[in-house]
Design a protein around this ligand. Sequence first.
Ligand code: ZN
Length: 355
Amino acid sequence: MIDLLKDLIRIKSDSIEGANEALLYCQSWLLTRGIAPKLYEHDSKLMLVAEIGDGDECIIWNGHVDVVPGNPDQFTPFIDGDKLFGRGSADMKAGVAAMMQAFYELSLTTENLTKKVQLHIVTDEETVGDTSNYLVNKGFNGDFVICGEPTQLHIGLQAKGIVQVDIKIKGKSSHGSRPWEGVNAIERAFAFDNEMRKLSFMKASNRFYDYPSLNLAKIHAGERYNVVPDECVLSYDIRFVPGQNIDDILIEIQNMRKNHFPNCEILVHSTAPAVTTDENDKYVMKLQNVTSEMMKRPTNLFGQHGSADTRFYSEKGAGAIEFGPCGADWHGDMEYVSISSMEQYKNILVSFIVN
Ligand SMILES: [Zn+2]
């Protein structure tokens, strides 16, 4: 399993071609162990699905083999004590390798399996998540989905949803020496931003989150010193709390616009639902028990601030969580995964299915 992880790290999967190569490597690793996964392709991006077991229940393990770009030397894995360093070690080739190993071990004794286990390996989680979305839309969904993102062997139960909007604020240009003859769109944008932060949707909270987040990500305006700018576009990335509703948030922004900035325009760039998996979900409770027993410590439930491929499964009604081994500095220069936690993770995955 560690060799498999090292091989995967050596494949520079920070592009579509590289991620496809890593996926084909996973396919051949499974094939040589008697497992025949089905390959799918969408927009030149590959994904694979393998299934074992039988029964009414279906548990899905989802992992991505694409990584964010790294330093060239991060694609040469190295071990220091319990730490295996390399781009994608934690996020999330360790999760993928452990899932493949666990899947292989279960495949040796399928007659004992009273439920289906599906392995989904995808290639674009770090960019758009189209490949997981594609599989879900093709009908590959289950009762419970584990995405093997690094979570220190605790359970990422929920994830915030996303609303991204562009606000086009209109002003009126004039000569920079006579600004009182125009309306400065940048100054109006400041006022808009002020109002935005006072809206009531910004005060939502639940057990896992104290508030939503609002990131003013881009500002486009102004060309010359001597001209009053007549347009300013603000781009916001809002991450809302599970339980909040996308339409309600947009309506509140629209109402504020109507009242205070009638001639500005709101364009929705994209939205994504929150992951709202319930802490009383029977699979969550079982995984919590199995993990706590194996690790001899309590297993926490927590809310993720960023989103993962869990959202596509959760949107269609499956309980979906993030759960993976221990590590640090993913997307950073010193990314590593704990080798012992990867072993424990693999054992927990197997035990969760057979017990
Ligand atoms: Zn990831």
